[in-house]
Write a protein that binds this ligand. Structure first.
Ligand code: HEM
Length: 505
């Protein structure tokens, strides 16, 4: 099912096309609407950066996203809201089951969060500011004008820091990203996708375009009226499309215990620096400089340029997990050629079957199925840099460190929630047992008391080496699901009437 979309970059926010890497200063503002009319007026004139301005990179950028509570506060009608996905409407902390599935329990429970946990701490808007070095303060001042002050209450400012491309544990980050097939060159027919590819259909990240099933993800479609006339039309039946050129944005504030991480590894390595580094690399699946643990460059991977050696690999040649443990962070979050054991049972097996894994008929989409769970990551770290040696010292410099984790997806449950739940939190991943993601796991035992705090490294020379009692290194301290609208949708939002809504189709 080849689909050549007309791509409307001029109607998309810039983040969909670029990670804005050159704008290494960034700050995210969480806002609540206190005066809907003033907020709408500000939104209507906000200098939101568009994806057609990606080259050359601008000197500053502004992006805007809304929670369901925010769309409601702006005046969106409930009937229109119902066109958004259930998980967006429910929110990241909407119910206990979702929190449990995401691993947001115990130390990471929403009640403990700095924001986003309790209803009064849920933001309405996420305003993302980016600038070249030295330019952020002026940019923020110019954005926060008088109308802004009248319309919004600043709930929280989320700082970010430039760690030169590393995350706070000192690993190079942002190496592997899916390559969006804007030209529509790749087929989404499973029978033609018989091996791992890095190409991803635009509809996996942008609403209103064909996804990896060759279909358009559900989104709010409105009848044509005076008010909706400015919105894009849908290819489906000429309705007005509030979702097209927009995306869902997942934001999680993840606190990293950098000293705890390196101290634990150092203790396990008996103080031997080389073994400590080796163990850290096994947990991530890459060395600190980004080199993957499996052999690279041997395979040609569609969508990975020949020069991008750090990303030219699959796990096909490492079926026993000797080079890269099954539980390593990058093997869980993108198993590439991942397959699953046939004999797992219970909810996991049901989930596997429901999502199309685990079938063994010829032509089944076993290899390429990971393409339904890709994420476009756009996060930024926060906190000052600290080298592992300094983190190990008896008096490490005290500071909050972590990741403002952000990903863009068209389907929150099939993409972000699946990766987080089935691949990261699940204590039975591939042949790994009793372990969650070594970086992200909350280490809480299962209901029956089974541990999840182990980490197993298969060893070609003998029995696997298993670590027990891993501490929790990453704690969730905030989060929310947002809608990142297209530019015309933003204009529509800026003209919403007070409390009156549109007729759905
Ligand atoms: C503080 C928390 C986290 C840390 C320290 C971290 C660290 C890393 C590092 C070092 C890499 C390898 C570099 C790269 O390939 O870009 C990576 C890759 C990745 N991470 Fe995370 N990560 C964190 C949270 C998450 C979360 C919450 C998710 C999603 C649920 C996630 C999904 C991914 C994905 C999809 C990749 C790329 C895998 C690939 O395609 O090979 N990460 N992460």
């Amino acid at each position: 099912m080849r689909h050549r979309p007309t791509v409307e970059f001029e109607d998309m926010q810039l983040l969909l096309r670029s990670g804005l890497g050159r704008l290494n200063e960034a700050r995210f503002l969480l806002l609540q609407i206190i005066d809907a009319a003033a907020a709408r007026a500000w939104i209507g004139e906000a200098p939101v950066s568009r994806a057609d301005a990606a080259v050359p990179a601008p000197a500053v950028a502004l992006q805007l996203a809304f929670t369901a509570a925010g769309l409601r506060a702006l005046g969106m009608d409930e009937e229109v809201l119902r066109g958004f996905s259930e998980e967006f409407l429910g929110g990241m902390t909407g119910d206990d089951n979702r929190s449990r599935r995401l691993g947001d329990v115990d130390q990471s429970a929403p009640e403990r969060w700095e924001w986003g946990g309790k209803p009064e701490q849920v933001p309405h808007l996420l305003l993302m500011l980016y600038a070249r070095p030295g330019g952020l303060a002026d940019w923020q001042r110019s954005v926060q004008d008088a109308r802004f002050e009248q319309g919004f209450h600043l709930l929280r400012e989320l700082p970010t820091s430039d760690l030169g491309g590393d995350e706070p544990f000192s690993f190079r980050d942002g190496i592997s990203q899916p390559k969006i097939d804007w030209q529509g060159r790749q087929s989404t027919d499973p029978h033609r996708r018989d091996r791992y590819s890095n190409w991803l259909a635009p509809g996996e990240v942008v609403l209103g375009y064909a996804n990896e099933y060759g279909e358009l993800t559900d989104r709010p479609l409105l009848a044509e009226t005076e008010a909706t006339r400015g919105l894009p039309t849908t290819e489906e039946d000429g309705a007005r499309d509030l979702g097209r050129n927009g995306s869902y944005l997942v934001l999680r504030q993840l606190h990293q215990d950098v000293s705890g991480f390196w101290r634990y590894l150092d203790a396990q390595a008996g103080g031997n620096a080389e073994r400590r580094e080796g163990l850290a690399a096994a947990m991530v699946g890459r060395h600190r400089d980004g080199r993957p643990l499996v052999r690279t460059g041997a395979e040609t991977i569609p969508g990975v340029p020949p020069g991008h050696r750090l990303n030219r690999f699959t796990f096909a040649g490492d079926a026993a997990g000797h080079a890269c443990p099954f539980g390593a962070h990058i093997r869980r979050t993108n198993p590439r050629t991942g397959d699953f054991p046939p004999d797992v049972d219970g909810w996991w097996s049901r989930m596997v079957r429901r999502l199309g894994f685990g079938q063994r008929r010829p032509g089944d989409d076993l290899i390429a199925s990971t393409r339904f769970h890709r994420l476009l990551r756009r996060g930024r770290p926060f906190g000052p840099p600290i080298a592992p040696e300094a983190a190990l010292s008896s008096d490490p410099p005290d500071a909050e460190r972590g990741l403002q984790f952000i990903c863009l997806v068209a389907n929150i449950s099939r993409q972000f929630e699946f990766v987080q739940n089935a691949w990261c939190m699940n204590s039975k991943f591939n042949v790994a047992q009793h372990e969650g993601d070594p970086l992200l796991g909350n280490r809480c035992p299962l209901a029956g008391g089974e541990p999840t705090d182990q980490f197993r490294q298969p060893d070609p020379a003998g029995p696997a080496r298993t670590l027990h009692g891993l501490p929790q290194f990453v704690t969730v301290t905030g989060g929310a699901y947002f809608f990142l609208p297209g530019l015309r949708a933003l204009q529509y939002l800026s003209k919403l009437p007070d409390g009156q809504g549109e007729r759905m189709r």
